[in-house]
Design a protein. Structure first.
Ligand SMILES: [Zn+2]
Length: 420
């Protein structure tokens, strides 16, 4: 079955199609000084990105819709037919984020469709392109809100309690952007019509750069979590309190930061204290409280458990040595996400890597909408090489040639899946 729409992109080779879209998207939400992106959910920058998506759908004659949770969809073929093949990613960003995290997957999706139309591909399954809303959680503090709601992993009541730094609730922000916040909730019927979801994403590390490959396949998303360490000591005068008389929680906190680095290094994991709160937070006061947030991720659950146990044991020793009390609270946890093995094998076969491993398979420490969906829908991910290895920063990068290689790989995958 043909997708039944006018092949507007048919004449475009992927590089032309990719680059004209990329150029259009590039200025939206870019901060003039930091040069980073501030495309936060339900803001004017986000609305501009969403308008761009709608326009891309319309110029290609695709059926455009916004679901109850504000995710945008563009369809070639009728999704009601079921067993759809869907690709896409997100257009929002972290504070001062890079240009590639998210948009690369959405732009590549449209460019891959243009490539397939150029090849005159006849689809036997509906093909969808999606932009998931509020993936980064930069504004309301929770990642993947659009896909979580759809997959039933976040309730309407929980979502309605989300509030941004200015005290604006998610429902108010949605309403201001023209979306009905009372409509949000699980969408199992929509997910049941999807037979495969493939998300293309810029790599957020240097594995492909080190292996010399343009494109890779995801094996799994590492288990990860956040822990809060509360070190409680005694506030006192920084000038008059003898060192021997102090109960200074900053010391045990500092030692714990070093222990986290050591434990992670030993285990082949990562551990980061990236946020800290100090009370009373005065230059001339010994702190009464140091609260540090630990983010840790590892390839396997056992490894992560060992790392956290090691850090906590060390922290308790340091706290005791300084007469400081310690409470450790696990604030969030996401178990390992194994992508669908059958789908991954199929992608490897399509990309010709079954025998010679032309496309490497790698794990990732970052969360994605694909990870949220993988509990319900067979899901796979493609990574495009990022020579800087940097992500969530304006230094995030992929070369033009690698982006086009990503588009072609995605086109091959969609052709292999949607034309069988
Ligand atoms: Zn992303």
């Amino acid at each position: 079955m043909s997708d039944g729409t006018s092949p507007v992109g048919a004449q475009l080779v992927p590089s032309t199609s990719f680059h004209s879209m990329w150029r259009e998207l590039l200025p939206i939400g870019r901060h003039p000084e930091s040069r980073g992106y501030r495309r936060y959910a339900w803001t004017p920058a986000d609305s501009a990105c969403r308008a761009w998506f709608q326009e891309q759908a319309q110029v290609r004659g695709l059926t455009y819709e916004v679901d109850r949770n504000g995710n945008q969809w563009a369809w070639a073929g009728d999704p009601a037919q079921g067993d759809a093949v869907v690709t896409g990613s997100h257009l929002d960003s972290v504070p001062d984020g890079g240009a590639f995290d998210g948009p690369l997957g959405v732009v590549s999706a449209f460019a891959a469709l243009d490539e397939l139309r150029g090849r005159n591909t006849q689809f036997t399954r509906p093909l969808g392109i999606v932009n998931f809303g509020d993936e980064e959680g930069a504004r309301f503090g929770l990642a993947c809100v659009g896909s979580r709601l759809t997959a039933g992993r976040l309730t309407r009541e929980q979502a309605h309690r989300l509030t941004d730094g200015d005290g604006i609730t998610l429902p108010r922000a949605m309403e201001a952007a023209g979306h009905d916040p009372d409509a949000i909730g699980p969408d199992p019927e929509r997910l049941s019509r999807i037979g495969a979801f493939v998300e293309l994403h810029v790599e957020q590390g240097r594995a492909l750069d080190l292996s010399g490959d343009r494109v890779g396949l995801a094996s799994a998303i590492w288990p990860h979590g956040r822990w809060r360490f509360d070190f409680r000591g005694e506030a006192n005068h920084a000038g008059t309190t003898r060192l021997a008389d102090r109960r200074d929680p900053m010391l045990s906190y500092a030692e714990t930061v070093l222990a986290a680095r050591r434990e992670a290094q030993l285990a082949g994991a990562v551990a980061t204290f990236g946020k800290i709160a100090v009370e009373p937070n005065g230059v001339n006061a010994i702190p009464s409280l140091v609260r540090g947030w630990l983010d840790s991720r590892a390839p396997e659950q056992d490894t992560l458990d060992t790392v956290i146990e090691g850090i906590e044991t060390a922290a308790r020793e340091y706290a005791a040595a300084h007469g400081v009390d310690l409470d450790v609270t696990r604030e969030s946890f996401t178990p390992v996400v194994e992508f669908d093995h059958a789908l991954r094998d199929e992608l490897a076969r399509i990309l010709g890597s079954e025998t010679d491993l032309k496309v490497p398979v790698l794990g990732t420490g970052a969360g994605h909408d694909a990870g949220i969906l993988s509990g319900t829908v067979p899901t796979a991910m493609l990574f495009v090489r990022n020579p800087t290895g940097v992500s969530h920063s304006p230094a995030e990068f992929a070369t033009e040639d690698d982006c086009v290689a990503g588009v072609l790989a995605l086109a091959d995958v969609l052709e292999g899946l949607a034309c069988r």
